[in-house]
Design a protein around this ligand. Structure first.
Ligand code: CP
Ligand code: NVA
Length: 289
């Protein structure tokens, strides 16, 4: 069976824990990365902007001995008359895996249906699983086991929030959501006793021009952070709209771990790719430093 990484809820708990463990191991080996992707190629297809996702996949592949090809969906024949099925067959003949960032989630599931190589979700309007793996890795790194922790999500109920909802029962953490769309809590209730406070832009890619007025009560401020557990982390997948979803003082505070979180995209990506490529004969190097 080809291994796809499209939604966390499609993958077993044990597998996701093993991927996270491998991400920590590979981070420890970052200055002597094992060449486990020698001879492997990844196609990266973008239908939206990206800095971290593109960098992390590209650097992950290259540090572990592999290659990448970057394409934009607009420049591919699939934007014209070519079918998803033919595109999947062609990709499967040229490369060993494909990472896609697209608005339409069904494009990924369609490609996965016909593909004999792994299809990896680099963000859709529905979910962003690679991001949540990096986020959980960051919490584990800073605060230990994720099980039993409380995470507060504030702001827009978007693709990243939706992936947290998928992750909570799998990893056994409590998720308190305070958003104007699906508010189960007030912002103060959500952050109470939280180990990590997480937010994201109020205007995701493709939603430009959206009215943000209703989001102001959900802004992450220092006052709100002071209601969380002492030592609570502030996290954001980035890019940030400073002064909107989070204030500058929170970003400058010791609680803010956004750059570690961003770096962990690289290590998490390596582990996700390694799991996907295990079917292609990759043997994971599990030596400890
Ligand atoms: N967090 C994230 O996915 O960033 P990019 O949009 O820069 O890839
Ligand atoms: N919710 C954001 C995440 C960006 C990484 C978006 O979809 O634009």
């Amino acid at each position: 069976m080809t291994r796809h990484f499209i939604d966390l809820e499609d993958i077993s708990r044990d597998t996701l824990h093993a991927i996270l463990k491998n991400a920590h191991d590979l981070k420890r080996q970052k200055f002597s990365p094992p060449q486990i992707f020698d001879g492997l190629s990844l196609a990266m297809i973008f239908d939206k902007k990206s800095t971290r996702t593109r960098l992390s996949f590209e650097v992950a592949m290259k540090q572990l001995g592999g290659h990448t090809t970057v394409m934009t969906l607009d420049d591919m024949q699939i934007s014209g008359a070519e079918s998803i099925e033919d595109t999947a067959h062609i990709l499967s003949r040229f490369v060993d895996g494909v990472m896609i960032r697209a608005s339409r989630h069904d494009l990924l599931t369609g490609l996965a249906q016909y593909s004999t190589i792994p299809v990896i979700n680099g963000l859709t309007d529905h979910s962003h699983p690679c991001q949540i793996m990096a986020d959980l890795m960051t919490i584990e790194e800073k605060r230990g086991s994720i099980a039993g922790k409380k995470i507060a999500w504030l702001g827009d109920y978007n693709n990243v929030a939706h992936t947290y909802v998928q992750a909570a029962p799998i990893f056994g953490f409590e998720l308190a959501i305070a958003t104007p769309q699906k508010s189960t809590h007030s912002p103060a209730e959500a952050v109470k006793d939280a180990d990590a406070v997480v937010t994201d832009t109020w205007v995701s890619m493709g939603q430009e021009g959206k009215d943000i007025e209703k989001f102001w009560p959900y802004q992450v401020t220092s006052e709100l952070m002071s209601k969380a557990k002492p030592g609570a982390l502030f996290m954001h997948c980035m890019p940030i709209h400073r002064g909107e979803e989070v204030t500058e003082d929170v970003l400058k505070s010791p609680a803010c771990v956004i750059y570690d979180e961003a770096e962990n995209r690289l290590h998490a990506q390596k582990a996700i790719l390694a799991w996907c490529f295990e079917q292609s004969g990759v043997t994971l190097n599990r030596r400890t430093p």
